[in-house]
Design a protein around this ligand. Sequence first.
Ligand code: CDP
Ligand code: CDP
Length: 226
Amino acid sequence: MANPKKFIITLDGPASTGKSSLAKRLSNKLGYIHIDSGSMYRAATLFALRLDPERILRPNIFVKYLSEIKIDFKKNHEEQKIFLNNEDVSHEIRKTYITNEVSNVAKIPELRTFLVNKQKEFGKNKGVIMDGRDIGTIVFPNAECKFFLTAKVEVRAKRRYLEQLKQGINQTYKMVLDNLIMRDGLDTKRVNSPLKKAVDAIEIDVSNMTLDDVYKKLLTHIKKIK
Ligand code: CDP
Ligand code: CDP
């Protein structure tokens, strides 16, 4: 049964606008489930690359195996872990070889239908905050609360670069910037569920805002609905 007091919150926008950090914090505060839909596309990309050791993605072959993809989320000491066919792939899917391929895999229409159905399932009891690219437009067009975050690409690249540096991922600022520009292009231009603001989403430019500032702003909007 859907919980009448809880609702669905969508958080969309391009890469490195703070969506998953904010969704995680909000979900802890509100007692909501957090689903990072991007990690589902990343897990599917890992599956696709393992199918094809030559790393040449052949969508017509890949789509035949969709029913073999099982994705679960489990919380472990406050950390959300993602499992691909019972294997914890939380760390693997953040690696650069996945980041470089994910937007090409994410544009395969059959995969999108497959994952969107799973995402809808996660939201059936409400009390969910989901971040991604098409959550407010395609996955939950009737969500009660929608946000769309933006920021200048150079700011996003700098933030992601610094984050990766701390994690020991060895990429230059220029490599990170080029990847974000490439993904922004693929994500906004794809025919099937492109990255786009839902007409009823609240848009916030976070270029000059700290995560704390954005968090407070989102919470103020959410409290107006509650
Ligand atoms: O964490 P980061 O912002 O780098 O990206 P992500 O949220 O993990 O998403 C990785 C990629 O998955 C995006 O660049 C999109 O190509 C794709 N994606 C999508 O197509 N639709 C979604 N709802 C979420 C992610
Ligand atoms: O999920 P998404 O790719 O949109 O972003 P994220 O992984 O939550 O954030 C990317 C990086 O930018 C993290 O290191 C955040 O702490 C940082 N960030 C920030 O410093 N200030 C903001 N206003 C937004 C993000």
